[in-house]
Design a protein around this ligand. Structure first.
Ligand code: GLU
Length: 271
């Protein structure tokens, strides 16, 4: 049995000190493409509060391209690479400006870290990145990470921010990875097309078969890209990191997750 009802598994999230939170574009923008300030404000407040509790927080935030498209009034994502990269350059700047202002309201500092795959593949630059993360965390600064979309080409691309969030969680040796999306977690079928879809609660041993089902169910089309999320959580579990996929509609759900409550889908880190 893959899904476990053993709620003591959730207890393991309670001691999480170093937490990586990932939020996607669909949670940061409204359906009409405009920025969801309410959501970003709430997320910022929760993350600042976690730092106040003595936890160490790293945010992986998408949104650069989406916010750039909105700011430049392009109407839709450009269908050519340099257009998307230009939109990302504009959007990333605005995104950080918004985070920076919200965090400042609660007396906290943020830092921007833009990564490409080659940086974490080269031992020397990888070590520098890790040192920078640790230094920022020591200073109680919240690093906000995104892929460096403006320069990344296929060879140096992570591809998606779910995978990037796993990379970041493993670089900083996180206790927990929380992936916030627009559905309640990982279901056995795509809940938007199957009324009888059942939410998994605690996944102890994720087989590749299940992981493939996340894509096969079609849930990677418009409902938050479940395949890439489940893949990131499986990689995290292999490294011993507990992760949770949960609905980011109300960012306060992070409190419930680290209180060990039964929300979202937990992927239990191997011990
Ligand atoms: N890096 C992209 C952005 O900020 C998002 C990639 C993703 O959502 O996976 O727009």
């Amino acid at each position: 049995m893959v899904d476990s009802n053993d709620m003591t598994l959730r207890e393991r999230l309670k001691d999480s000190k170093r937490i990586v939170v990932k939020i996607g574009t669909s949670s940061l923008t409204y359906d009409n493409g405009h920025i969801n300030m309410f959501r970003i404000g709430h997320l910022s407040r929760v993350l600042c509060d976690l730092v106040n509790q003595g936890r160490e927080v790293i945010l992986v935030s998408s949104g650069a391209i989406g916010i750039g498209v909105d700011k430049l009034k392009l109407g839709k994502k450009p269908d050519y690479v340099s257009g998307r990269q230009a939109a990302a350059a504009v959007g990333q700047c605005m995104l950080m400006n918004i985070y920076s202002q919200f965090f400042a309201e609660y007396g906290h500092n943020v830092a921007q870290i833009l990564l490409t795959k080659d940086v974490v593949e080269r031992p020397e630059s990888k070590e520098n990145v890790i040192n920078t993360f640790n230094e920022l965390i020591k200073m109680s600064v919240v690093p906000i990470v995104n892929e460096n979309d403006t320069v990344s080409v296929d060879e140096i691309k992570f591809g998606d921010n779910d995978y990037l969030s796993y990379i970041v969680a493993s670089l900083v040796d996180a206790d927990a990875l929380i992936i916030l999306t627009d559905i309640d977690g990982f279901y056995d079928k795509n809940p938007s097309s199957h009324n009888d879809a059942v939410l998994y609660h605690n996944i102890v041993d994720l087989s590749e078969k299940i992981e493939t089902a996340a894509g096969g169910a079609g849930s990677n089309l418009g409902t938050g890209g479940m395949l890439t999320k489940v893949h990131a959580c499986r990689l995290a579990a292999d490294r011993g990191i507990n992760s949770v996929i949960a609905n980011g509609e109300k960012p306060e759900i992070i409190y419930d997750i680290i209180a060990g409550e039964d929300v979202g889908t937990m992927f239990v880190g191997k011990r």
